[in-house]
Ligand binder design. Structure first.
Ligand code: GLC
Ligand code: CA
Length: 575
């Protein structure tokens, strides 16, 4: 008996597309919108309801399109606004929705707004960005206004010769931060970045860096964590600033509330559930849901992201429990995801990408994800169990500005010390953003069928594409792809338990197995996962109850077995 109300953005499964790497239709080596259109039926067939397209706007591509030079135009190699209109139509015709990435913490330095802003101190758009005079050290050396470090390394301030001031860029130098304190700039953002696309039928947004728009007006120095350098991580200073909720409320009343939309905010550095609820509680309309970062931050370095520290299964369980339970007894909503374009592949990070276990462990993760409460997000290639790039790839094979800047900064700091650089590579092999950006593996033809260009795609294709690709998996009933399809159906057939249910934590299994429950009224499911490559005892949380195996990822298992095989996952219904 279903009692929860069906809401398209709660019950729908979202598929994220990274346009550069999804499908190249004209053989120039780069993915494009017609390529996406050619694969809508593949996505629909997988069981997807909502497509999220990462930035396809016009951009000089310093940060893969997250540096936008015109919100109202498409990056020409990807296509045109008309292509986007066709994509919207083709999605709607199949009962699917389409959401875009809303990147409004910053623009590109080639955006007309910034070009004007940097002309002179009295330009009407000067105040649309964050400009400040220099500080001077005792010896007269010119210093940035504060010690904030950019996410992509070095100072978050860039000196501009022409007007003799610094501008703020939390990300690349080519990504100046917009000044949300200025109401005229805010209105322009709403019109250009949002209304323009909503009027063309787009169904909502994934909202980039959603908690960084309000930075206050003081812009104080960050606490010193790394004594050896001037620039310090400063998220405590610029995340969740004083007017953040006010801005989002305004965005909602002025724009979003006029349409039937969904919004999912990217919410880093916000560990407190009560705080997250302020963003996603439906009483105070701000965002429908957010991506909280704990799951994808497992094991990342505290001071420098890529100094990988590893993590324990118990930490992963805690994180999942925390963000499954935080909406209980509230009107808020949550998300279930473990991959996106900024992360290593989940099979490589959270399970095993070794040839013997990679398929089974990809299915185990699918089984886990499809059992979790919230809107489920699948990242392109996750459905076929794509894995990280091989360890023998060199830094030249990596393309991401964040990885390359980090590698270069360590090279400089250590005078090219091979040991230090090997350590950097070890971090990148797990956490590098490029792993998610490898061309989608469509089939076993050259360059994985992603492109017909003779000398290949813009980024190196995974060497294992003949073993891992969509075409062969479509043929094989036992493939990872067909397992995902089945799991997505099972999730919908049991939507009260899996999409809307209450999460039950069982304190068992230590660092080897993960057993949790889902409940909705009298319906109950128990999920058991073995995160090791050894057999493990399946400790039943409630040995008295009768349970029936609903689905599992190992052939021939009937559910009565006492041992879980390596990377086995099972979902039981309690009778
Ligand atoms: C977000 C995006 C990331 C981008 C950054 C700057 O974190 O997901 O890819 O580099 O914002 O826009
Ligand atoms: Ca192309």
């Amino acid at each position: 008996m279903t009692v929860t109300q069906l809401t398209w953005w709660k019950d729908g499964t979202v598929y994220q597309i990274y346009p550069a790497s999804f499908k190249d239709s004209n053989n120039d080596g780069l993915g494009d919108i017609p390529g996406i259109i050619s694969k809508i039926d593949y996505i629909k067939d997988l069981g997807i309801d909502i497509i999220w397209v990462s930035p396809m706007y016009d951009s000089p591509q310093h940060d893969m399109g997250y540096d936008i030079s015109n919100y109202e135009a498409v990056y020409p190699p990807y296509g045109t606004v008309e292509d986007m209109e066709r994509l919207v139509e083709d999605c709607h015709a199949r009962g699917m929705r389409l959401i875009l990435d809303l990147v409004v913490n910053h623009t590109s330095d080639e955006h007309e707004w910034f070009k004007e802003s940097r002309i002179s101190k009295d330009n009407p758009k000067r105040d649309w960005y964050i400009w400040m005079p220099a500080r001077y050290a005792e010896d007269g050396t010119r210093m940035p206004p504060n010690n904030w470090r950019s996410f992509f390394g070095g100072s978050a301030w860039q000196w501009d010769d022409q007007t003799q001031e610094y501008y703020l860029h939390l990300f690349a130098i080519q990504q100046p931060d917009l000044n949300w304190e200025n109401p005229v700039a805010r209105r322009a953002i709403y019109d250009s970045a949002m209304e323009f696309w909503l009027k063309r039928g787009v169904d909502g947004f994934r909202v980039d860096t959603v908690n960084m728009y309000s930075k206050g007006t003081e812009l104080q120095d960050a606490p010193i964590i790394d004594q050896s350098v001037f620039e310090q991580p400063a998220h405590s200073r610029f995340c969740n600033g004083p007017r953040m909720h006010e801005f989002l409320r305004e965005m909602n009343t002025e724009v979003l509330s006029k349409y039937d939309t969904m919004t999912v905010g990217e919410l880093p550095y916000t560990p407190d559930p009560a705080h997250v609820l302020r963003y996603v509680g439906s009483g105070d309309k701000q965002l429908d849901m957010v991506f909280q970062f704990d799951i994808v931050d497992l094991g990342v370095g505290q001071t420098y992201k890529y100094e990988y520290e590893g993590y324990k299964l118990s930490q992963m369980k805690e994180v999942i429990q925390k963000w499954q339970q935080f909406i209980a007894d509230s009107d808020g909503w949550t998300t279930a995801f473990c991959e996106n374009h900024d992360q290593g592949r989940s099979v490589s990070r959270f399970a095993s990408d070794s040839p013997i276990w990679r398929e089974r462990s990809a299915k185990m993760l699918a089984l886990m994800m499809c059992s979790l409460t919230g809107t489920l997000f699948v990242y392109q290639g996750q459905e076929i169990g794509m894995i990280n790039a091989p360890k023998y790839w060199s830094i030249e094979d990596y393309k991401d500005i964040e990885s390359i800047n980090y590698h270069n900064s360590v090279a400089r700091r250590s005078d090219n010390d091979p040991k230090e650089l090997a350590r950097v590579m070890r971090g990148l092999q797990i956490l590098g953003r490029d792993h998610a950006r490898l061309p989608m593996q469509w089939d076993s033809s050259p360059y994985a069928g992603f492109t017909g260009k003779k000398d290949g795609a813009w980024m190196r294709t995974h060497d294992l594409y003949k073993e891992i690709n969509a075409a062969s998996q479509l043929q094989d009933p036992k493939s990872v792809l067909n397992f995902w399809k089945k799991m997505l159906q099972i999730r919908k057939q049991n939507r009260d338990i899996f999409i809307h249910g209450e999460y039950e934590e069982y304190q068992m299994g230590g660092e080897k197995t993960f057993v949790f429950g889902k409940r909705h009224g009298s319906e109950r499911a128990i999920i058991a996962l073995n995160f090791t490559d050894q057999e493990q005892v399946f400790q039943r949380p409630d040995p008295g109850v009768k349970m029936e195996l609903l689905v599992g990822n190992v052939e021939g298992v009937d559910g009565t077995e006492e041992m879980l095989q390596p990377y086995e996952g099972r979902v039981y219904l309690v009778l």
